[in-house]
Ligand binder design. Structure first.
Ligand code: 5GP
Length: 116
């Protein structure tokens, strides 16, 4: 019995629509449907790693690629000097979709989350 696809797998498989800003063999970048900042992108690997702590050594190049694409997207959206990256890992940490993804948030001050 196959497991139910996550919403992100359905987006990767083009079964449901999304606003897509970038796609390559390894990942897709979409707009979050419920943005928490003026710019709120999701960088999603095509490989269905449920959460960051499930990644293995063979995923190192994918993880590096995702971080590189963060930088690319920050330049594309002209926010390379001011953005935050969030990865929620596990339900109790706020993860709701169990397909690894990076939130790229910009255009809003999150510095109060990490006061100096
Ligand atoms: P998490 O809470 O797992 O870290 O983040 C999941 C994110 O996916 C949330 O910010 C939520 O708004 C977003 N999301 C959930 N369903 C959809 C969808 O169907 N389309 C898009 N573009 N984003 C979604």
């Amino acid at each position: 019995m196959s497991e139910e696809k996550t919403i992100f797998q359905k987006i990767i498989d083009k079964e449901i629509p999304s606003t897509t800003h970038y796609e390559d063999d390894l990942c897709i970048v979409i707009e979050d449907i419920n943005p928490k900042a003026p710019i709120h992108l999701l960088i999603i690997p095509k490989k269905p790693i449920p959460k960051l702590s499930d990644a293995s050594e063979e995923d190192v190049s994918i993880l590096g690629h995702l971080m590189f694409i963060v930088g690319e997207m920050s330049r594309k959206f002209e926010t390379e000097d001011s953005f935050n990256i969030v990865i929620n890992n596990g339900a109790s940490a706020g993860q709701t979709v169990f397909h690894l993804h990076l939130h790229l948030l910009a255009g809003r001050d999150f510095s109060d989350l990490f006061p100096a």
